[in-house]
Design a protein around this ligand. Structure first.
Ligand code: PGA
Length: 225
């Protein structure tokens, strides 16, 4: 199984999302090989929209059997008087996956390793699958995590994807839990995806920019076939 995870961040508005969904589902539904791969979970497709769109997107991707939903973050808190927080218990009705520890949340929202540990705990309590993002060996590889995304900060959103050798070197340096999937993120697109996949060492991609346009995401998805 190869993961293909779309992280839309805070980029698309409501009408852009509606258009994305129509275009992407039409392209995939007309592509038997890709549809089969998603259906059989040879490609594990996960779409992570902003919270307000979860319901809409979940409904629209029903035409892609086995495609999954993910959240871009989760509160470290359980239910309580925490204005603005979105808990794992709320999210479990919409998503199976949750991105945790993305460098943008660490940088702009002051997320610490302690908060990340709580977010992981809350996710497990609700049977969500966390995808833990790390920027490098300096970030904690929390216990029990089965999905790890290595995202070097310089490669994120810059168009400068990390070279394969440095990604493989990082994989070697990390003591990954057994059976953990090692995912790469940082300017992945249809032109560079095969380089990583051909190494046989990368279990999929976390994709920002190339996931925000249905056509470029579809072209990327085809590289995983
Ligand atoms: P990018 O984003 O594909 O735009 O580099 C990846 C990410 O931040 O998850």
């Amino acid at each position: 199984m190869k993961y293909l995870i779309a992280n839309w961040k805070a980029e698309l508005n409501s009408s852009q999302i509606t258009e994305w969904l129509t275009t992407f589902t039409t392209l995939v539904n007309n592509d038997g090989a890709l549809l089969n791969a998603i259906h059989s979970e040879a490609i594990k497709l996960v779409i992570c929209p902003p919270y307000p769109y979860l319901h809409h997107v979940k409904d629209a991707i029903k035409s892609l059997p086995q495609a999954a939903m993910g959240a871009q973050s989760v509160s470290p808190k359980a239910a309580g008087k925490y204005t603005g927080e979105v808990t794992a218990e709320m999210l479990k009705h919409f998503v199976q996956y949750v991105i945790i520890g993305h460098s943008e949340r660490r940088n702009y929202n002051g997320e610490t390793e302690e908060m990340i540990a709580e977010e992981l705990k809350r996710s497990y309590e609700q049977y969500l699958h966390p995808l833990l993002c790390i920027r490098g060996a300096e970030d904690t590889l929390h216990e029990h995590v089965k999905l790890i995304a290595y995202e070097p900060v310089a490669a994120i959103g810059s168009g400068q994807n990390a070279d394969l050798a440095s990604v493989l070197e990082m994989k070697k340096q990390l003591t990954l839990p057994t059976e953990a999937a090692f995912i790469y993120g940082g300017s992945v697109d249809a032109a560079n995806a095969k380089m990583y996949l051909n190494s046989g060492e990368i279990d999929g991609f976390l994709v920002g920019s190339a996931s925000t346009k249905a056509e470029t995401f579809y072209e990327l998805a085809k590289q995983l076939l």
